[in-house]
Design a protein around this ligand. Structure first.
Ligand code: SF4
Length: 351
């Protein structure tokens, strides 16, 4: 039988000898903890390290971030994906300035009300900064706990999340909340990894349900109801003299407030001949003979949460500027790198 204090003390001991040396390790500044947690939610530690360092150098505190323009914050986020998180960071920094006089709120409920901060991030901030006993439950923790205790409840449901949060809350030694949370996250990230964990060197090997019943790969259990949608984007890198054209994405869709070339979206793959027959193409290029069209990137795949994108990029050299382009921003081609862009655009420009 596993007792809670055994699990907690084993984790903290393991952490002391295995933890990675990271730039945000050991800090108790809630602002820096917040930034590191949001960055790490979407990237690997190595890549996140660079982003974190650059972000903190430019925006070292809440006030600097709140004072910045959103376009600059997005530029520092470029390449990380999930751009709504950068917009939320910026909005939340402004909330802290307005509602808390620029001082990061200390209580969990106030932190939870900040834009873009969910239960996981709020728990990480208040436990790492002030040792408050709120359990963090991320993907790594779900995996470890479900295997250790043999919990079959799907982790991607409200009921599952609540159950796991309660269990981790009971395991936690409140006197060492911050250390416990960091330890359990790190344990899931380094030891109880998704594929082929080294169970023979695990301190829980003797007691682990999944290992001892030969079911490690069966945990955690997921319900997986969300369907993946496939979308096809056709981008036009239009050049007229020294200029090119950009569109700022707005509305409730991916990549809000990022810039991209004029684009036509279709529900299925289209050849250039098929694309030319679409209403959108005829609207964008009412006089197609005024330009040369060249397909330079074909079917570039990009995977986002619940979406698979395929993108074609056409280079279009115009000898006459049609009125239809007045709907876009006309910029000097050499200024392209001023604007925050998404990963597909970045791929195209860097290829
Ligand atoms: S024994 Fe294996 S599955 Fe169980 S907690 Fe350790 S690493 Fe994870």
């Amino acid at each position: 039988m596993l007792d809670n204090s055994f699990i907690s003390s084993q984790l903290i001991d393991w952490f002391e000898s295995h933890k990675r040396d990271l730039p945000w390790r050991g800090i108790n500044d809630p602002y820096k903890i917040w930034i590191s947690e949001i960055i790490l939610q979407q990237t690997r530690v190595n890549q996140g390290w660079d982003y974190y360092t650059r972000f903190i150098e430019r925006f070292p505190d809440v006030k600097t971030l709140a004072d910045a323009e959103e376009v600059e914050v997005l530029k520092y986020w470029q390449g990380l994906g999930y751009y709504s998180r950068a917009r939320n960071l910026h909005a939340a920094a402004r909330m802290i300035m307005e509602q808390f006089d620029g001082k990061f709120p200390e209580d969990y409920d106030s932190v939870l009300k900040l834009k873009g901060i969910g239960e996981y991030t709020a728990a990480a901030i208040v436990s790492f900064a002030w040792n408050k006993p709120y359990p963090v439950v991320d993907g790594n923790v779900f995996r470890f706990i479900s295997r250790l205790l043999g919990i079959n409840e799907p982790i991607d449901t409200g009921v599952g999340k609540k159950l796991f949060t309660q269990i981790v809350g009971k395991l936690m030694n409140p006197k060492h909340a911050g250390a416990f949370n960091q330890a359990i996250m790190e344990f899931g990230a380094l030891q109880c990894v998704p594929a082929s964990p080294e169970c023979n060197i695990c301190p829980f090997a003797e007691k682990c349900y999944a290992y001892n019943s030969n079911q490690v790969i069966n945990f955690p259990v997921k319900q997986n109801k969300v369907k993946t949608k496939t979308r096809y984007f056709h981008y036009f890198h239009i050049r007229f003299q020294d200029y090119t054209y950009l569109n700022k994405r707005t509305g409730r869709d991916i990549w809000q407030n990022l810039y991209e070339f004029p684009c036509i979206e279709s529900e299925e793959p289209l050849s250039f001949e098929q694309l030319q027959q679409t209403e959108e193409f005829k609207k964008l290029f009412p006089e197609p003979n005024h330009g040369k069209y060249k397909l330079v990137v074909s079917g570039k795949k990009h995977v986002l949460t619940h979406r698979i994108l395929y993108a074609n990029f056409y280079e279009v050299i115009l000898n006459k500027e049609p009125d239809s382009l007045s709907a876009f921003m006309k910029i000097l081609s050499k200024d392209l790198d001023i604007y925050p862009i998404h990963r597909l655009m970045q791929f195209y420009l860097e290829r």
